[in-house]
Design a binder for this molecule. Structure first.
Ligand code: BG6
Length: 487
């Protein structure tokens, strides 16, 4: 792999500690980092290299999936880390940074390949990239890449503006937009599951599939992110990005030996085929919810509007359920039900594919017959299970469901950020959000944002520790279905 300087803006932040350092460490242990690799951490606080390295080490003890207790390995790993103070708006800091990078590159005889990772609030994306450009940080003869985290914009227009401004400094090929759901190992396997298994490939269409349910339930509430969350809600925080990415990854039909271009092209086609909502019709397809006080796993929790720093009159959404339809050859007529919420009964991200039931045989003893289900567990544990029907010899030969389960050994599963950072270092864009997908997602979501703003969609309350408002169940019931595994 090519030599790389990893320039990390927001090096003292939460994401860096919880996700980025542990990912780098695990990649290092697996020998998946370039031979010549250096990290330059940037933050507003003054820190010596030693203190920075000690902080990184501490975060590994707290958050790495592997124990980080071999002092030799640790020493070698931390050797690559330097720190420089940087105030986003101060031009001199970028000059200082440039000197430091050049000095490192020279000392280590590294090619000037630079990856700028912006682990900072979105309001800093534009000033930082403009300064990268002005300072000459991005104009060495090696490659440059920009890695940014969602949110990419607040709505369609702001996303377009942001993209336009980033585009003045980085080309689309140089921008790696992290949607960490695309880094989850099971999400990365979806394409292979469908493509390399004729059993699934043959059934992956509206002839056999009755409906698809995509759920991302969380136990946590707003946590300490009131300032951010109260302005975005579940629709922007999870739905516009993670949930629509899951939908795309599940529904693309790929040729054999698919490439990154194929995958992204097919994802774009899915988004273009999504039946559009009109603002006035949103309330028939979308359920907006907000949690109230309740009990989760034996613990009482307060309602959303009693959370610290949330206004008592906030009508922000902490839950969304929606029914979507893809108007293409494969999926026409199959409803996709998507939901995500905070303070739900359990933590689970899963896809449920419900198959159509074969015609009932007249006079057959099939009272207990259930549809075939393929359940793909994405997190927190990875697994796949298939529900089939069999007969129960102990119960008059009646039907009973039979489950075939597979669960991945957790210790062997890399974290999403490991996959994504490795891919970005390789310059592989497959599992990053392309601008076309981001724009089309905002386009699809925009009528929902407008309808929320104009109060055209009622805000339903649900008790913390439940599966969301009853109206979310009704969304399926009106089509003769129900959410699976709500019990
Ligand atoms: C983030 C959201 O993108 O994803 C959070 O901002 C959410 O609000 C998180 O909690 C969920 O991620 P995961 O991997 O725990 O499902």
């Amino acid at each position: 792999m090519e030599a790389t300087t990893f320039v990390l803006f927001g090096a003292t932040g939460d994401l860096a500690k919880r996700k980025i350092y542990p990912a780098l460490y695990n990649l290092f242990v697996d020998q998946k980092l370039p031979q010549s690799f250096s990290v330059i951490g940037l933050g507003r606080r003054e820190l010596s290299d030693q203190t920075f390295q000690a902080n990184v080490e501490q975060s590994l003890h707290m958050f790495s999936r592997r124990e980080a207790n071999d002092p030799d390995v640790m020493k070698k790993f931390l050797r690559a880390f330097r720190y420089s103070v940087l105030d986003v708006g101060r031009k001199e800091d970028y000059q200082k940074l440039l000197k430091l990078i050049e000095q490192q590159e020279e000392e280590q005889r590294m090619e000037p390949n630079r990856m700028f990772y912006l682990s900072v609030g979105p309001e800093f994306f534009e000033p930082i990239t403009a300064n990268i450009h002005e300072s000459g940080l991005g104009s060495a003869y090696g490659w440059k890449r920009l890695v940014i985290e969602k949110p990419f914009g607040h709505d369609l227009q702001s996303a377009r503006d942001l993209n336009h401004n980033l585009g003045k400094v980085f080309t689309e090929d140089e921008i790696f937009r992290v949607d960490h759901y695309l880094g989850k190992p099971m999400v990365q396997k979806l394409e292979v599951l469908q493509q390399s298994n004729p059993v699934l490939q043959a059934l992956w269409n509206n002839r056999y599939i009755a409906n698809v349910q995509i759920t991302a339930n969380e136990i946590v509430g707003v946590e300490e992110r009131a300032g951010y969350y109260d302005h975005v809600g579940a629709v922007r925080d999870m739905f516009q990005n993670h949930m629509l990415q899951l939908l795309m990854m599940l529904t693309i039909h790929l040729p054999n030996n698919s490439t990154s271009e194929n995958i992204r092209y097919k994802k774009k086609l899915v988004m273009e085929s999504l039946e559009k909502l009109q603002k006035e019709d949103v309330s028939s397809y979308v359920v907006r919810g907000q949690y109230e006080a309740g009990t989760i796993q034996g613990q009482s929790v307060v309602g959303y509007t009693s959370e610290p720093n949330i206004a008592a009159a906030s009508s922000n959404d902490t839950f969304i359920a929606a029914k979507l339809q893809i108007d293409d050859y494969f999926w026409r007529g199959v409803p996709f039900y998507i939901r995500t919420g905070k303070r739900m009964k359990d933590k689970s991200t899963r896809l449920v594919i419900e198959f159509k039931e074969p015609l009932k045989q007249p006079g057959a003893n099939d009272d207990n017959k259930t549809p075939n289900l393929l359940v793909i567990e994405i997190g927190p544990h990875e697994g796949i299970s298939l529900q089939l029907n069999t007969r129960d010899p102990l119960n008059k030969g009646k039907f009973k469901p039979m489950h075939i389960d597979f669960h991945e050994n957790r210790d062997h599963v890399p974290e999403a950020y490991e996959n994504l950072i490795r891919d970005a270092l390789h310059g592989d864009p497959t599992f990053f959000a392309h601008w076309d997908e981001v724009e089309l997602s905002w386009q699809w979501v925009q009528p929902i944002l407008d309808a929320y703003k104009e109060n055209l969609v009622p805000l339903h309350h649900y008790a913390a520790g439940s599966y969301g408002p009853a109206e979310s169940d009704e969304l399926l019931e009106q089509d003769g279905y129900h959410w699976w595994f709500d019990d």
